[in-house]
Design a protein around this ligand. Structure first.
Ligand code: ADP
Ligand code: MG
Length: 199
């Protein structure tokens, strides 16, 4: 079973990897964006970490809803509302259970990813975070490590694609040949799950 501590570890691991990888995320966002993705997410996950240290949220659902709300209010850009929706929807789907199973988390994350797709209008293949998140959710049935690998492969597979959503889509064919920053950060989020499970 996955308890509130697991979800706190997940958010903390993601905050740490976003800190480590912020420069890389911003560098990826420079040829096909406006070079702010790393700093956007760093600001967001720093706020998530600070809030979770103060707040007594003590169920998996409450922790994710709180984290999502922080991302929406601090990240800005396209990715803030999208990541915020992902975590809030996932949290809401978990309800107020004190512990959840891996299957329940997989189902809730699927609802979260559907929320992202509804809000942003992106489908797999559009060169966005959806290209890492959808394969990750599909692979979750085989465990967290499989989900991490699927998300990383999904992010890498965005390189040859032409962007059809978000700022990168303004570049048309010139968006080809660059890995999508949001898919890359989504792979960090999913890797955080695997780290939380290993701890
Ligand atoms: P902005 O583009 O506003 O500067 P960020 O740089 O923080 O925001 O995030 C860019 C990332 O957001 C992209 O790499 C992409 O993965 C994701 N993204 C942008 N638009 C969408 C969308 N409509 N649906 C899903 N993801 C999107
Ligand atoms: Mg940007």
């Amino acid at each position: 079973m996955l308890d509130a501590d697991f979800f706190r570890r997940w958010m903390a691991a993601t905050a740490a990897s976003v800190d480590r990888e912020a420069e890389r995320l911003t560098a990826l966002d420079s040829p096909i964006g406006d070079a702010d993705h790393g700093s956007n997410l760093q600001r967001g996950f720093t706020a998530v970490r600070a809030t979770l240290e103060k707040d007594a949220a003590d169920t998996p659902g409450a922790i994710l809803v709180l984290a999502g709300r922080q991302l929406i209010s601090t990240v800005g850009g396209a990715s803030g509302p999208l990541y915020g929706t992902l975590l809030r929807r996932t949290g809401k789907a978990l309800g107020d259970a004190p512990e959840v199973t891996e299957e329940q988390l997989a189902e809730a994350l699927r609802a979260g990813v559907e929320g992202v797709m509804t809000l942003g209008g992106a489908a797999p293949g559009d060169k966005t975070m959806v290209d890492a998140l959808v394969p990750a959710v599909d692979a979750l049935r085989d465990g967290f490590a499989a989900a991490r690998t699927a998300a990383e492969q999904g992010a890498e597979a965005t390189t040859p694609l032409q962007a059809r959503k978000g700022r990168a889509s303004y570049l048309g064919e010139r968006s080809i040949g660059h890995q999508d920053p949001g898919a890359t950060s989504s792979a960090l989020l999913i890797a955080g799950l695997a780290e939380a499970a290993e701890a």
